[in-house]
Design a protein around this ligand. Structure first.
Ligand code: F7E
Length: 344
């Protein structure tokens, strides 16, 4: 008889958390998820709720007692810490909340795992934002130079994860993930703001999209691919940190141009810029150097920048009550014939 594994996912209602839950359920895991009351993303997590092997717990990483109770009562085999105040722009206006959830929340989890006495494997959602102004390409050895309260909190959590690994021999890994998107991305992140806007403009429900800095560049990949590599890290013989990305960067303007081109519109007629949306300090360019992940985990992303935009625009076209263009859906079927997540 095979013994089923149990996982605890913090941030289960978020983009990555919901995909990861579906992925682990498809692998036969029992999944527990922590989600905060006010999660604002539009994820249909009913597919998780309805599953007999999935359990949702309400609360957040500020609650010491809850975290300890969850760990001691569930005694999971694997913990995926995906919860965070993850909006970089907002972290400038709520730095203490960001520090408490994104930084200290990690300390609460690691300590609860350490004192539980069980060998629980731990995945920490580290971020390319930690590299800040350090020029690309960035890998596991690149110096960190955070440029936002969010990134500072992530740096603390990143080093603490390494510290628990080294001090207590814990199986704890940092996945330094570069931007990864999907139709489940919250609409306050730039990619979804654009694809939702494009669909809404096509449907005649919106006139324009107001954005901030169009010149900055990001290394954007597809979330369902990234959550599988989180799991793969915890299946290794020894815990290590990995940079995960696509290895190429594109500007916000390129994203805008491509998304409008897909629906046959000229972006210049629909985009306005507002300086109030600029951040006090920026990460100008990031490009993942993923040689380590390619070598040890076989990391090779399938979805390109252009595919990602098609997938996201198609999903938002459907949500806006329009026919999707079609390429995006075809790409999903081609690359993921055994797709374990629901069509958004
Ligand atoms: O911004 C610029 C903005 O908010 C991307 C999070 O998942 O990835 C994400 O962080 C860029 C920034 O993502 C708007 O200034 C222009 O340079 O989509 P974003 P992010 O800040 O890169 C990392 C890896 C994480 O770890 C984070 O948790 O786009 N930008 N105009 C805009 N950004 C937003 N949000 N809205 C705009 O109107």
């Amino acid at each position: 008889m095979t013994i089923r594994k149990t996982a605890l996912i913090t941030g289960i209602k978020g983009q990555d958390g919901s995909y990861l839950a579906e992925f682990l359920l498809s692998k036969g895991y029992i999944v527990h998820g922590l989600n905060r009351k006010s999660t604002s993303t539009d994820i249909k997590h009913t597919n998780i709720k309805k599953r007999p092997d999935a359990y949702l717990h309400q609360g957040d990483l500020s609650d010491d007692k809850l975290i300890k109770t969850l760990i001691t009562e569930i005694m999971p085999d694997e913990v995926y810490n995906l919860a965070a105040q993850s909006h970089v722009g907002s972290s400038f206006t709520c730095p203490t909340y960001t520090g408490n959830i994104t930084g200290l929340g990690t300390a609460r989890l690691l300590e609860a795992i350490h004192t539980s006495g069980k060998n629980i494997k731990y995945y920490q959602a580290s971020s390319s934002e930690m590299f800040g102004i350090t020029p690309p390409p960035q890998n596991e050895l690149t110096p960190l130079h955070p440029t936002s309260p969010y990134a500072c909190a992530k740096v603390y959590a990143h080093y603490l994860t390494q510290n628990y690994r080294e001090s207590y021999n814990m199986f704890a890994c940092n996945g330094i993930l570069f931007n990864h998107e999907s139709p489940r991305r919250g609409s306050d992140f730039v990619t979804r703001k654009i694809t939702q806007g494009v669909a809404s403009i096509t449907a005649g429900k919106q006139q324009e999209i107001t954005l901030g800095n169009l010149d900055v560049k990001r290394d954007w990949g597809y979330s369902p691919e990234y959550i599988q590599i989180m799991w793969a890290m915890l299946q290794l013989d020894k815990p290590e940190d990995f940079v995960i990305g696509t290895g190429e960067s594109h500007s916000i303007q390129e994203f805008v141009e491509t998304a409008f081109e897909y629906v046959d519109l000229n972006w210049e007629n629909y985009i306005s810029c507002n300086k109030n949306l600029f951040r006090p300090s920026e990460v100008n360019d990031v490009i993942a150097d993923t040689r380590k992940a390619t070598h040890l985990l076989g990391w090779k992303p399938k979805i390109t920048f252009y595919d990602l935009i098609k997938i996201m625009v198609d999903a938002d076209m459907r949500k806006a009550g329009l026919e999707s263009i079609g390429d995006g859906d075809e790409l999903l079927i081609k690359h993921f014939p055994d797709k374990w997540w629901l069509l958004d």
